[in-house]
Design a protein around this ligand. Structure first.
Ligand code: GDD
Length: 358
């Protein structure tokens, strides 16, 4: 299939992205830059959930529509309406901890949703390429480093749901000859990360501590180790993966691992604070079962792709913290000392004034 986007008289490649989260937003930007037409399918929410793509104007090249991974009719309708050349399935119930509370719907969205998409491709357009957002969570308790040959030993309903979907993708690839690829992505973050993932929870909480609106951060297992990369970087990798001639299963990671404790140390030290003064460990944040350590062996990706991870741990922490400090305190990370001094002076003066008043 000629899957290179063509403009100027030729038909553009239509990419359908499911989900409107962090990854989908970067993916949409990158695909539009490359000349694709992008259709983004999102779930209806009572509160606006399109903030991450509100800056992209809707028009001929970028359109949004409603669908639901648990609703076969909506998937069939989307296929008949848009007849995509490529589908990036980024939608999911993506929170591992919450999957223990809503296991049935997690399996419905993350596994049966993939089955519904694969069947729609088979039914309406078997030449359509399919990307599945597979996850390093599938490795579960398999010791690091993990690569494409590591046994999968998931330890959450989320991990199980993603592993079943991974095998459906392989089955439809081998059984029906579909171009169906699994990107096995290790954790990837950014300033657009959802607020209840540990990295963003930490950086946003630090900004609130600096502003004086928060005193503590409540966390669970801070000994867990993760291989954290940048979402935008990883979206570049998956586009390259999907522009290859053959489908594949590929690990995307940085090849470095750090604990949540390391993340805390790094982030707090950037603003001159000691993390131990602010972190409270709470049973409420512990999972029944947690993946202890992830470290991706990305040799296969490095050998078949031109892609290389550009943003590593320290730069990632700095970018996320700088963003949250800008949002909450309206100054940049480099101006934070001046901000704190001004805030302290203001509080001192206010107290002196109040005392004088008394
Ligand atoms: N979310 C959260 N909140 N995690 C905490 C907390 C807390 O208060 N305290 C400690 N942690 C620990 C978790 O137990 C886990 O070991 C680690 O921090 C990372 O948690 P998350 O940021 O929620 O990410 P995740 O690793 O469980 O899952 C993410 O990465 C997967 C790829 O491996 C998600 O993005 C998944 O969708 C993705 O597939």
């Amino acid at each position: 299939m000629a899957n290179k986007p063509k403009c100027g008289g030729y038909k553009m490649t239509t990419a359908l992205i499911t989900g409107g989260g962090q990854d989908s937003s970067y993916l949409a930007e990158l695909l539009l830059e490359k000349g694709y037409k992008v259709i983004m399918l999102i779930r209806r929410a009572s509160y606006p959930n399109t903030q991450r793509v509100d800056h992209i104007p809707e028009g001929d090249n970028f359109q949004m529509d409603y669908f639901d991974l648990s609703d076969t009719i909506s998937i069939d309708n989307a296929f008949q309406k848009y007849m995509p050349d490529i589908v990036f399935n980024m939608a999911a119930q993506s929170h591992v901890g919450i999957s223990f509370k809503v296991p049935e719907s997690t399996i419905n969205f993350n596994t049966l949703g993939v089955l519904r998409l694969l069947e729609a491709i088979r039914k309406y357009k078997p030449t359509c390429k399919f990307y599945q957002a597979s996850s390093s969570e599938m490795f579960g308790i398999s010791p690091p480093p993990q690569n494409e040959n590591t046994p999968f030993m998931p330890c959450s309903p989320y991990g199980v749901s993603k592993l079943a979907a991974f095998h459906l993708v392989r089955t439809y690839r081998e059984g029906y000859g579909l171009f169906a690829t699994n990107g096995i992505l290790f954790n990837h973050e950014s300033e657009r990360r959802g607020l209840n993932f540990v990295t963003r929870k930490i950086t946003l909480s630090i900004a609130e501590i600096l502003k004086g609106t928060r005193k503590k951060i409540e966390l669970g297992n801070i000994d867990a180790k993760r291989d954290w990369g940048h979402s935008r970087d990883y979206m570049k990798a998956i586009i390259e993966l999907m522009e290859m001639d053959k489908p594949n299963d590929v690990v995307i990671s940085t090849g470095e691992t750090y604990s949540v404790r390391d993340f805390l140390k790094e982030a707090f030290s950037l603003v001159g604070l000691n993390w131990e003064d602010y972190v409270v460990i709470s049973d409420k944040q512990l999972r029944p079962f947690d993946v202890p350590a992830l470290l991706g062996d990305n040799s296969k990706a490095l050998s078949i792709l031109k892609w290389r991870p550009e943003i590593k741990f320290k730069e990632l922490v700095r970018e996320m913290l700088d963003n949250d400090i800008r949002q909450v305190c309206h100054v940049s990370l480099k101006d934070i000392d001046g901000y704190r001094k001004a805030l302290a002076d203001f509080v001192d003066k206010k107290i002196v004034k109040e005392l004088e008043h008394d």
